[in-house]
Design a protein around this ligand. Structure first.
Ligand code: NI
Length: 179
C-alpha cells in the first residue's frame, strides 16, 4: 500500500477516458488499497483511479462520515444502469482545489459494478452516495464537476487557478466534503 499523488486541475490526464479492467489481479487489489489510503488521508469521500494517473475504471468511496471505514465501496467497471429525478448539490473535488459549486445531477441512481473478488454488486443510491457515484464515474470519463457548471463560472475558476499556479499560492484547507 502506498499513498498516491492526486492530480489537480488543469492536469490534462484528468481529461482522459479510463479503460475497463479486463482482469482483476493482485495489482488491482493493491491499487484499490492504495487509493483508499490516499482518499482517507486527503481527506475525501471518493476517489477515481483517473485522479491518481491510472486510466482504469476503478472507484473507491466511503461517504459515511459518522462511521468511517464501515461502508467502503470498491467499484470496478461501474456503470449507471438507471437514474431518475434531479437534485442540486454543492460539490467539491480533491482534484479541483479551492473551489466548490452547485451541480445538478440525478437524485437516485442504480449502479452495477464488480468488487475486488470479481463479484457483481448492485447499488441503489440517493443523496450524497448518488452524487458521489455520478461524480466518480464522471472522473472515469475524463469529466470534472466544473465541466457541469456554466462556462462563465468555469472560466473564472480556470483563470483564478492559473494565477494561483503562477504565483505559487498554496491551496487553502478544504472546508467542504471532497468527492
Ligand atoms: Ni472528484
Amino acid at each position: 500500500m502506498a499513498r498516491l499523488e492526486i492530480l489537480k486541475y488543469p492536469d490534462p490526464r484528468l481529461a482522459k477516458i479510463a479503460h475497463p479492467v479486463a482482469n482483476i489481479t493482485e495489482n488491482t487489489v493493491e491499487l484499490i488499497n492504495s487509493m483508499l489510503e490516499t482518499m482517507y488521508a486527503a481527506p475525501g469521500v471518493g476517489l477515481a483511479a483517473t485522479q491518481v494517473g491510472v486510466l482504469q475504471r476503478i472507484v473507491v468511496m466511503d461517504v459515511d462520515h459518522e462511521n468511517p471505514h464501515k461502508t467502503i465501496y470498491k467499484l470496478i467497471n461501474p456503470v449507471i444502469t438507471h437514474s431518475e429525478g434531479s437534485l442540486v448539490w454543492e460539490e467539491g473535488c480533491l482534484s479541483v482545489v479551492d473551489f466548490t459549486a452547485e451541480v445538478r445531477r440525478a437524485e437516485q441512481v442504480q449502479v452495477v459494478a464488480l468488487d475486488e473478488h470479481d463479484k457483481e454488486l448492485k447499488i441503489e443510491a440517493e443523496g450524497l452516495l448518488a452524487v458521489a457515484l455520478q461524480h466518480e464515474i464522471d472522473h472515469l470519463d475524463g469529466k470534472l464537476f466544473i465541466d457541469r457548471i456554466s462556462r462563465l463560472k468555469r472560466d473564472l475558476y480556470a483563470r483564478r487557478r492559473r494565477k494561483m499556479l503562477r504565483s505559487g499560492t498554496q491551496p487553502s484547507e478544504p472546508q467542504h466534503v471532497m468527492i
